[in-house]
Design a protein around this ligand. Structure first.
Ligand code: N01
Length: 541
């Protein structure tokens, strides 16, 4: 099989290490991809921008950051030994523990020797004659490989709005996804949080406890639902470990890779009293049950959706003492579940504290960041700290910020200018042997990520067994998939809502569905069927 030892060759401009595969990113996907390719005997190098491994769980270390998936479902499923060794402490595990987990995995499987940290990839250029990719880091280091696997994540390119005067602020400022390693001391300080997505919602109640004063700048309120986190008891731990095979089997078949399953009944056909009782039951449960175990047609039927949306608004109204603030926090401009539901702990109660102020920036838009703080159309606010919880240039951003050039020097960024163009979210025409290994489904991240990594690994194994050296989709397969992605999204409430799912959070970004909006189980099936038919829809040479 493969030669697992990297080769070094001399070129006009210095020596270049050559590997069978280069993986970009040492997060959930990248680590597992390294493990699988090593098993095939490939020589592999992982380039990771961070000073540590973990991807999302390395970068997003803001206070309050944690899973919204049940911990036992988020962990890797591919090592029984790992499953039995690791004890999840909380039902929805926090960032420090999640980072520890991924480091534990890296050590257990001796992954670090192939990972180069502090190595940001600047470009990846395909050399057609040699059928090799040349990858260059910001440092100037160059390497070559037959395969490049971009395990760059879907939410790793931070978005900082281009506010006027943003660099003039004299206090401290942080983006949540680039939070410092050392503790940020907020005690006694006046703090601003801009953004009320899942990140702002996790962060704000914790800041509210520590800071002297917190001002939250909200543009769009979200339907936030109680997380209901708790510690895992010894008995629960035993149950997880005993039931892992059964649980993994199940979460590979549900719509979103969770234990929750949609209720197939039509919302408005269920008698009102029974419906209400069901809503209350879902609301009292932890995690995403109120979304993903709800009546399925809330995702497709606006009347059904509105019925539950009003239930949620009333829950918000009941928790916020000031009715004017409550009304500002109750979303009315988009359906429930059209954005990922932020799961919260004491989020709404934070607004009952005397030291917390909500500013609706639709009423009074942000005009500028000033040396002392932030100016809206109404007034200037003074702050010691400004926290940007303003999200990500999702899915396409992490790829288009690398200068990727395929056949005939074609630019990846230009090819994706109108939105992602892939077949099966795995590859794009004109960029042979470049695999996109990030979970593209609206799904529990690891569940789908594992499937993708396994698909890519099986594909590379197949190619090596058959002495094939090059794979790329056919233009027809790609066109049909782009259409299928669009059609699947159109059938849901996601399509007409402004969110990062549609690229609508980034000014100027072309509106297009960025994730696969069909069920995760369907996506899995589509990928498996193509592979079973000898990689139908791909050209293998
Ligand atoms: O980002 P977001 P996020 N002026 O884009 C606001 C995952 N995640 O980091 O909604 C003022 O959702 C913006 O306003 P609007 C999860 O998948 C998971 O919070 O565009 N405000 C919004 O309020 C999630 O969906 C967990 O009107 C501006 C906020 O910034 C995804 O990450 C935890 C603005 C951005 O919200 C992204 O979440 C956290 C401007 N110019 C995140 N520009 C888990 O629990 C933007 N905003 C696992």
């Amino acid at each position: 099989m493969a030669n697992a030892v990297p080769q070094t060759s001399a070129t006009d401009t210095g020596s270049v290490d050559t590997f069978d595969a280069i993986i970009i990113g040492a997060g959930v996907c990248g680590l597992y991809q390294l493990y699988r390719l090593r098993q095939l005997g490939l020589s592999v190098r992982v380039f990771e921008d961070g000073e540590g491994i973990g991807g999302t769980w390395y970068w997003n270390r803001y206070p309050g950051c944690r899973f919204d998936s049940e911990s036992e479902t988020y962990g890797y499923s591919w090592s029984e030994e790992l499953l039995q060794e690791w004890n999840w402490k909380e039902h929805f595990s926090g960032q420090p523990e999640n980072e520890r987990y991924l480091n534990y995995v890296a050590d257990k499987f001796d992954l670090r020797r192939d990972i180069q940290l502090k190595s940001r990839v600047k470009s990846a250029v395909y050399d057609e004659k040699a059928n090799r990719w040349e990858v260059e880091l910001e440092s100037g280091q160059r390497t070559r490989a037959q395969y490049v696997i971009a395990a760059v994540g879907v939410l790793s390119a931070r978005y900082l709005p281009p506010f006027a005067g943003i660099d003039s602020f004299r206090g401290e400022s942080y983006h949540t996804s680039r939070w410092p390693q050392e503790k940020v001391n907020l005690a006694g300080k006046r703090v601003a949080v801009i953004g009320t997505g899942a990140t702002g919602v996790q962060l704000s109640p914790i800041v509210a406890k520590e800071a002297k004063h917190l001002t939250v700048f909200q543009r769009t309120p979200n339907y936030c639902a109680p997380l209901r986190n708790s510690l895992v008891t010894e008995e629960e731990q035993r149950q997880f470990k005993a039931n892992y095979p059964e649980m993994h089997k199940k979460i590979r078949t549900t719509a979103a890779g969770f234990m929750h399953e949609f209720d197939p009944r039509k919302t408005l056909q269920v008698p009102q009293e029974e419906r209400r009782a069901r809503y209350e039951e879902l609301w009292s449960q932890p995690g995403f049950s109120k979304w993903l175990a709800n009546f399925q047609d809330i995702m497709t039927d606006s009347d059904a959706n509105e019925d539950f949306a009003e239930f949620v608004r009333n829950k918000i109204r009941a928790r916020v003492k000031d009715p004017v603030v409550a009304e500002k926090l109750a979303p009315k401009d988009h359906p429930f579940g059209a954005k990922r539901i932020p799961l919260e702990t004491h989020y709404y109660e934070a607004y009952n504290q005397d030291n917390v102020l909500l500013v609706d920036v639709r009423e009074t838009p942000i005009e500028a960041i000033t040396p002392k703080g932030l100016k809206t159309s109404k007034q200037e606010y003074e702050f010691d700290v400004i926290i940007y919880a303003t999200g990500f240039d999702a899915v396409t951003g992490p790829l288009t910020q690398i200068d990727i050039r395929g056949e005939n020097g074609q630019s990846f960024k230009e090819k994706w200018a109108e939105g992602p163009r892939t077949y099966l979210c795995m590859q794009t025409v004109g960029f042979p042997n470049l695999f996109l290994a990030s979970n593209p489904a609206l799904c529990n991240y690891t569940v789908c990520a594992e499937m993708i990594v396994e698909w890519i690994s099986d594909c590379i194994r197949y190619m090596r067994e058959k002495n094939l050296t090059r794979i790329a989709p056919t233009p027809q397969a790609e066109e049909a998939w782009v259409q299928h992605m669009d059609d699947s999204a159109k059938r849901t409430i996601l399509y007409n809502t402004n969110s990062w799912f549609m690229g609508a959070n980034i000014p100027g970004k072309k509106r297009a569905i960025l994730l696969y909006a069909g069920s995760a189980a369907t996506y899995r099936k589509e990928c498996q069927e193509a592979a079973a038919k000898g990689y139908d829809g791909f050209v293998l040479q």
